[in-house]
Design a protein. Structure first.
Length: 388
């Protein structure tokens, strides 16, 4: 066979092998047939439905646009200082505050509050009128601690309370109010002489607020606020308790008396006496606070005896706390006071007015309680067990 015929034979064999291969591929049932229509493959991705968002808006009912100013001088470590406060609108800026969204009836609901923004400027200078520091806040600086009421509030000048030597701090309270209402919140501000500051919640208005204030003990051994007792050495004691509000607190002699209103049923005692170091020295049953738009601590102080008197209707006693020795307090039960005032020789008869009823009790020449009666809308004085 010559070379030419050899080449033809090789080509023929190669063509035969290729044909066999193609036929075998066509018969393979696992391979797609290019002549058949191909189904479109789609990937299914599961996603949460997009819910509509509903906004409920609340804002200022009026705008107080008149700038406000305040200044005071004080003495610290033998040096004179001037502290200035100024408030003004921050141009035409509006600020917003959204409460945490919640789902209802297949929608997202957001409560949004709005109001004009305000610049709050605090300025400390020395006796030579040299600026030591300036701090400038807007409403957003108060959101974290004081919430949505700040947004709606108009201008309320912070109130300078005192300079606290124990911590070398200026102490101020600052109110924010919902316009045209008696509902608000109060913050407490601390500035040191270097301009470092703290903004804390102090109390509410028109709800769970108590009767309290920023007050020194007579010997300046501690400062009492609505939320804490600050000792002369700078120790800070938080007077809050779990599941309760501070219904009222006050300085009595060298102690702090605190009354608690519990939001849940509990066997806990509602009266406490703290000493100047912030230690609880007495704890006792007491529910002698009042309450309407906030709590109050009704009492009478008789200066001639140096004694405070409270009426606890729920526990049926009159509480007496002596100013010079608060831990020597006494409780006079209504049962032991069931005497008509006309039958006794009394030094003083006093009337304590509370929300629902009035209370009359008489004390002798030593300031001891001897009789107690109460009256309601009938204006008739009755013993506690004669009430309808």
């Amino acid at each position: 066979m010559d070379f030419k015929h050899y080449i033809v034979l090789v080509k023929t064999l190669a063509l035969f092998i290729c044909t066999l291969f193609l036929l075998s591929c066509k018969e393979d049932s696992e391979l797609p047939n290019p002549n058949l229509p191909q189904a479109e493959v789609q990937e299914v991705i599961k996603s949460a439905p997009i819910l509509d968002t509903v906004y409920s808006g609340y804002g200022q009912s009026y705008i107080d646009s008149i700038p406000k100013y305040f200044d005071t001088t004080f003495l610290a470590a033998g040096k004179h200082y001037t502290f200035q406060i100024s408030l003004k609108l921050k141009g035409n800026d509006t600020v917003y505050y959204d409460e945490t969204p919640y789902k209802k009836e297949g929608k997202i609901h957001v409560t949004r509050y709005s109001g004009r923004d305000i610049i709050y400027q605090f300025h400390l200078s020395n006796a030579r009128n040299q600026t030591l520091w300036k701090k400038e806040f807007t409403k957003k600086d108060y959101f974290k601690d004081l919430g949505s009421i700040v947004v709606q509030s108009n201008m309320w000048v912070p109130e300078f309370q005192t300079f606290l030597p124990a911590t070398q701090q200026l102490v101020l309270t600052q109110d924010f109010w919902v316009p045209d209402s008696d509902f608000g919140v109060q913050g407490i501000l601390f500035f040191d002489l270097n301009g470092n500051y703290q903004i804390n919640y102090h109390m509410g208005h028109g709800g769970s607020n108590g009767e309290c204030e920023v007050a020194y003990s007579p010997d300046s051994s501690f400062l009492l606020t609505c939320s804490e007792l600050i000792s002369k050495d700078g120790k800070v004691t938080d007077i809050h308790r779990k599941y309760s509000d501070v219904a009222g607190n006050m300085v009595i002699g060298d102690h702090a008396f605190v009354s608690y209103a519990f939001r849940e049923d509990t066997a806990a005692l509602g009266g406490r006496l703290y000493n100047k170091q912030g230690k609880i020295v007495k704890e006792f049953k007491f529910d002698g606070y009042g309450g309407a738009l906030g709590y109050s601590l009704p009492r009478i102080y008789l200066e001639k005896f140096g004694r405070y008197y409270f009426v606890d209707e729920q526990n049926q006693f009159v509480l007496m706390i002596p100013e010079k020795n608060p831990t020597a307090f006494k409780k006079y039960t209504f049962k032991q006071l069931r005497y008509d005032p006309s039958e006794l020789s009394l030094d003083t008869t006093v009337i304590l007015v509370k929300e629902v009823s009035d209370h009359r009790f008489g004390v002798d020449s030593l300031g001891e309680v001897k009789t107690y009666q109460t009256s309601d809308y009938t204006r008739e004085w009755k013993f506690f067990d004669e009430k309808e």
